[in-house]
Design a protein around this ligand. Structure first.
Ligand code: DAK
Length: 238
């Protein structure tokens, strides 16, 4: 498949890389971009030559949010009935291989939500994370209001979303929003190192582990332990 709003490549270390590519709009997320991103991740997920995926953007922006121009005239019916944006985001949530977000510049609104949907976030020292939706009279609706309060202490999640303030990479690291903060020039190198270390591991075990953790996180502990026990048993067949 050919793409217009993203670029894809496969690295020698079994890593599939998607680069969001709407630089003039700071990689604002519209339907086409989200559809292409979902299709590319699905392609990588199905490709046995790939063990780990990376999503990145430009130096100035990972993604500055959902496309404000496209959203401006949307009504309740447009958003809810047509499952605006979220329809395509479900594909990302269903990807079974590990995904790393390599964030340089702005990761705002839907951009921050996209990064949070990944398994890991590596932030360059120029990264800015935020959920400024409240300044537009909406609130984070691509998973942000739910994921942030599970990822950060509740009071910090509220502060970010109620004010729309931004976090820099060090603040995001201190709060536990990102795994690593690195100099901008080393962002891709450091991300690819991590991706390659993961990609060399057993693909079957990684899929079961990710499944066990994602589903287990939503279960009470006894159910999660039973789920883990079933998953680990299956790995012994691989
Ligand atoms: N959408 C569309 N265009 C955008 C954009 C965005 N989110 N962000 C930036 N751009 C465009 C600007 O309009 C400008 O275009 P031109 O004027 O050159 O044509 C170009 O990118 C460069 O932007 P600036 O000139 O503003 O650049 P600056 O360096 O001065 O400022 C900035 C960078 C990131 C601080 C600023 O652009 C900014 O504040 N952008 C908006 C950030 C924002 O508010 N993001 C949140 C959007 S709301 C949903 C799921 C998800 C969502 C909603 C619903 N459902 C499931 C229903 C998500 C909502 C959002 O993300």
């Amino acid at each position: 498949m050919t793409y217009e709003m993203i670029q894809t490549r496969i690295d020698a270390d079994k890593v599939g890389v998607v680069t969001l590519n709407r630089p003039k709009q700071l990689n604002a997320l519209n339907e086409q971009l989200m559809t292409e991103l979902g299709a590319a991740l699905k392609e990588f997920d199905d490709n046995p030559a790939i063990g780990c995926m990376v999503i990145t953007g430009s130096e100035k922006a990972f993604a500055a949010g959902a496309d404000i121009g496209a959203m401006a005239t949307y009504s309740f019916a447009d958003v809810y009935v047509h499952d605006y944006i979220t329809r395509n985001w479900e594909i990302i949530r269903s990807v079974r291989k590990p995904v790393i977000a390599a964030v340089s510049g702005f990761a705002l609104g839907g951009g921050c939500e996209l990064a949070m949907m990944c398994d890991f976030i590596i932030a360059a020292d120029n990264a800015k994370f935020g959920q400024p939706e409240i300044k537009l009279g909406i609130f984070p609706g691509g998973g942000g209001s739910q994921r942030l309060m599970r990822q950060l202490p509740m009071c910090q999640a509220k502060l970010l979303m109620f004010t729309g303030d931004f976090l820099n990479a060090e603040e995001a690291l201190a709060m536990g929003l990102v795994n690593q903060a690195v100099p901008r020039a080393q962002l891709l190198e450091e991300t690819m190192k991590l991706a390659a270390r993961i990609a060399e591991k057993s693909p079957v075990a990684l899929k079961f582990l990710k499944n066990s953790m994602l589903h287990g996180a939503d279960m009470p502990l006894p159910a999660a332990l039973a789920h883990e026990a079933a998953m680990i048993s299956l790995v012994f067949d691989s």
